[in-house]
Structure formats: structure tokens, C-alpha cells
Design a protein around this ligand. Structure first.
Ligand SMILES: [Zn+2]
Length: 242
């Protein structure tokens, strides 16, 4: 009798296994597996990419945010044996400025012509932001050549008239604001908005510029030996910081 029971039990097991392996039952047997696997975290734990919120301080120029700041060093002199170590690049466009290629006469200036010390970049952007904040209808300010990525000579072989200085990341050429408010270079003194230009000059002087070269025909004023009229500067001003 015992053998009969065992034989029946064995038969039931065989039938059960055979039934379990039938194709129809496969999804039932395998489907629950993924949800019970402990290694898969619940959806709530999955990190979801979100936009980075940058708190905006009204006193801080927005254009400072996207810059790859480095602790830059100006070596040598602006017009003699100048080099730029760990230069910082001015972006091609900003909320308060555009860059202008002085050779091709177009926006933007090429990226290798836009390098300076971190202090120069910060000074330019801060001054221009304060200028535009005070005169909310003013056009963005155009910025032309700074220095090359590692400084050095920036003469005629780099296009246009070239520069005697601009060698160590302390010099920047800035376009004068125009009377017609367009974002382009003023090629004649009559196109320059002198009131706005004087405001820019005053602000660069207040920010500690050691030299501001201005056009001889524009009659812009400032401290003697700091604001200096110089030939070829009727279409842009040249700022040098310490
Ligand atoms: Zn210059």
C-alpha cells in the first residue's frame, strides 16, 4: 500500500513539473521576478536631473557666471616681453556685451584674441554691467582685442594694425557707444555718443585703470596721465589695468 501512495505521489510530481513547464504557464512563472529583485531601487530613489538654480544677486553681473576663472598672472610688460600665465577667456557674448573682431569687422571676436588676467575680465564685465544698470536703455558694449591665450606679441602679422601692447593680459580695446544705438564699431568721431563714452571712461578710471587711451577728436576727459588722447583711438578706447 505504501508503495502505491509513493508511486502516486511521484506521478503527481511529474505531472506538476510537466504542467509547470508548459509554454502557457511560462509568463506566470517568470513575470514576477524583476519586481522582486532586491537590487533594483524603487523609482523614487532614482536621481532625476534637474535644472541648476543659480541665485541671482542683483549686484553681481550675470556675465561672470559662465567663465572658466583661473588665477592668471601677467608677466613682463604690456608692450615688452609680455606673457600671460593661466589666462582667463572672455566669452564671445554676454548679457551686457558683445565681442567685435577688429580685422573681419564682425561679431564675435575670434576666441584666441580674447584672453586676459582674471582681474581684467572681472573689471571689464563689472564696469560694463554697472554702466548698463545705470543707463538701462544703453546698447551692449563692444569688446575687441585683449591678449592671445599665452600673451606675447600681438603685432600686424595677427591682422589689422596690430598692437604694440596687449602682450600680458592687462589691456582691452572697448568700442565707444554709438549715437544710433547699434552694436557695431563707430568709424567716425561723429558717430560716437560722447556722453555715454565719457561715462564709460569715468567708470574705468574709478575701477582703477592705470591708462585709458582715447581718440584725439572725441575730447574725453579724465585724470592727467591716466586718460590720454592717442592716435588711432577715435574708434575705440583702450583700457589698461594694473
Ligand atoms: Zn589697444
Amino acid at each position: 500500500m505504501r508503495y502505491v501512495v509513493l508511486a502516486l505521489a511521484a506521478l503527481l510530481v511529474v505531472v506538476a513539473v510537466a504542467f509547470g513547464q508548459a509554454p502557457d504557464s511560462q509568463p506566470v512563472g517568470t513575470a514576477p521576478e524583476p519586481t522582486t529583485t532586491p537590487n533594483i531601487p524603487p523609482p523614487a530613489d532614482t536621481p532625476v536631473p534637474t535644472a541648476t538654480e543659480t541665485p541671482v544677486d542683483p549686484s553681481v553681473p550675470p556675465d561672470l557666471a559662465g567663465i572658466g576663472w583661473r588665477d592668471s598672472q601677467a608677466l613682463g610688460q604690456p608692450a615688452r616681453k609680455g606673457r600671460l600665465r593661466d589666462g582667463t577667456q572672455l566669452p564671445e557674448l554676454g548679457e551686457d556685451f558683445f565681442t567685435w573682431d577688429p580685422v573681419y569687422n564682425q561679431i564675435p571676436n575670434r576666441d584666441w584674441r580674447r584672453w586676459g588676467t582674471d582681474r581684467l575680465i572681472r573689471t571689464i564685465i563689472t564696469v560694463i554691467h554697472q554702466y548698463r544698470s545705470a543707463r538701462d536703455s544703453a546698447q551692449r558694449v563692444g569688446i575687441m582685442d585683449l591678449s592671445r591665450p599665452h600673451g606675447g606679441r600681438f603685432g600686424r602679422n595677427y591682422g589689422g594694425l596690430g598692437h604694440a601692447s596687449h602682450q600680458n593680459g592687462l589691456d582691452a580695446d572697448i568700442l565707444y557707444p554709438r549715437k544710433d544705438g547699434t552694436e557695431t564699431r563707430a568709424t567716425k568721431p561723429g558717430q560716437v555718443d560722447r556722453k555715454l563714452a565719457q561715462d564709460l571712461v569715468d567708470r574705468f578710471v574709478a575701477a582703477g585703470a592705470v591708462k585709458v587711451f582715447v581718440g584725439p577728436h572725441l575730447h574725453l576727459k579724465g585724470p592727467e596721465n591716466v586718460v590720454v588722447p592717442l592716435i588711432y583711438h577715435d574708434d575705440h578706447l583702450h583700457v589698461r589695468i594694473r
